[in-house]
Design a protein around this ligand. Structure first.
Ligand SMILES: [Fe+2]
Length: 401
């Protein structure tokens, strides 16, 4: 057991990271043109999707950018989970129009796609076939990616403050990470006001899963813990309010802050087995990422309580669990129950309610076994543990193993 008392324990050594400046707050979107100019951009590709076009945020952003003297081309070709083939078209448009900078405006898939476009436009589409080499550090980019600004319109991804983009690789037939970080993040809570209740709920639980997994990934530090626990507190406090009333500006603002903090926490520490399972299930069945994470997080908490009982006790107490024991198994179940009840209250359907069978969920097992992300957990991961997580996520209760 690690550090009986957090107050008396020695601090764990680690690296504290902040990869790009974050402009946070209402009306910060208006700074986008100025920031692009500061980065030396003259011709910019605005990356978004059909959902953003329907909100009209794309034309408002074009107006802001053009007022700063930028020449703007808008591309709406983003697809969920960034299939690598989708970036080809964007890279061609960049070449044809002599574009020298990229701005991603949207949810996680848009931000990740914008990252991949910035890296591929500078280094060629070949990098998409060598994603694992770049992620492992075996290869590094010959050219710095194009200047990149990321502006989230949902409160879950944290991608604006992480060094990696999740891409669906056609060569590997799996979701994998390609390294690329923004030069500037603009987190304006006003951009999140129109997100519908269900999306607000599952993206918020994605941010909660980032914080939870950051607490027990191998690179966790006292600094990432500090951010992660604050994320848990903010999401517990404000997510129900934003789901109940999307126009609650105070709740939206705190969730935008929490999502970004969670991104910083897991960029410094990391996510691990929960996200390995979520990526596999998302790839197999196209369940929204946040819905996967919401179903997996209670099981991950149970697992993490074995290696980090004090942290999971603290997380459980923040989530409203009554925990008086120091026994890791009991802490795990009580903290997991609190998060499971929270997700249910927010209307997240269980995997069972979505019509899956346990056998279908267990089909993720061989994919997860081959995903290095799972082994980033700072505790034991065996086939047994992965099966435990998938089964627990499916059953959502403590019957059987
Ligand atoms: Fe996530």
């Amino acid at each position: 057991m690690k550090g009986k008392s957090e107050v008396r324990a020695m601090l764990r050594p680690g690296v504290y990271k902040q990869i790009a400046p974050v402009l946070f707050g209402s009306k910060m979107a208006a700074q986008a043109g100025k920031k692009a100019k500061e980065l030396g951009v003259g011709r910019l590709l605005l990356v978004c999707d059909e959902g953003i076009r329907q909100t009209g945020m794309d034309s408002k952003m074009e107006h802001i950018l053009k007022e700063s003297g930028l020449i703007v081309t808008t591309w709406y070709g983003v697809q969920t989970d960034c299939p690598d083939g989708t970036v080809e078209e964007a890279v061609r448009i960049i070449g044809e129009n002599h574009i020298d900078g990229v701005l991603g405006l949207g949810g996680g898939s848009v931000l990740d796609t914008a990252k991949v476009i910035a890296a591929a436009a500078a280094n060629g589409l070949e990098i998409l076939g060598e994603v694992l080499e770049y992620l492992s550090g075996a290869k590094s980019y010959a050219h710095h990616p194009l200047p990149l600004i990321l502006m989230p319109t949902t409160t879950g991804t944290g991608s604006e403050s992480t060094f990696v983009a999740v891409v669906t690789s056609s060569a590997l037939d799996a979701k994998v990470g390609l390294p690329c970080a923004a030069d500037c993040a603009i987190v304006d809570p006003e951009l999140t006001m129109s997100v519908p209740p269900f999306v607000t709920a599952f993206t918020g639980l994605d941010a909660l899963s980032h914080a939870n997994e950051a607490l027990a990934e191998k690179k966790n530090t006292p600094h990432s813990d500090l951010l992660a626990f604050e994320v848990v507190r903010l999401i517990k406090t404000y997510l129900p309010a934003a789901v109940a009333d999307g126009s609650d500006r105070e709740a939206r603002e705190h969730l935008a802050f929490a999502s970004n903090l969670a991104g910083i926490a897991f960029n410094e520490s990391g996510v691990h087995i929960g996200h390995a399972c979520a990526h596999a299930l998302g790839h197999l069945y196209h369940v929204p990422h946040g819905v996967c994470c919401a179903n997996l997080t209670p099981a991950v908490i149970e697992l993490q309580a074995r290696a980090y009982p004090e942290k999971m006790k603290r997380l459980g107490l923040i989530m409203g669990a009554k925990i008086s024991t120091d026994e890791p198994g009991e802490i795990g179940k009580k903290a997991a129950d609190a998060v499971r009840a929270f997700a249910k209250e927010l209307g997240i359907p269980s995997l069972n309610e979505q019509g899956f069978t346990e056998a279908q969920i267990l089909e993720a097992l061989p994919i997860v076994l081959n995903d290095p992300l799972g082994y980033a957990y700072d505790g034991q991961i065996t086939e047994e543990e992965i099966r435990f997580i998938l089964k627990r996520a499916y059953r959502g209760s403590y019957g059987g193993n």
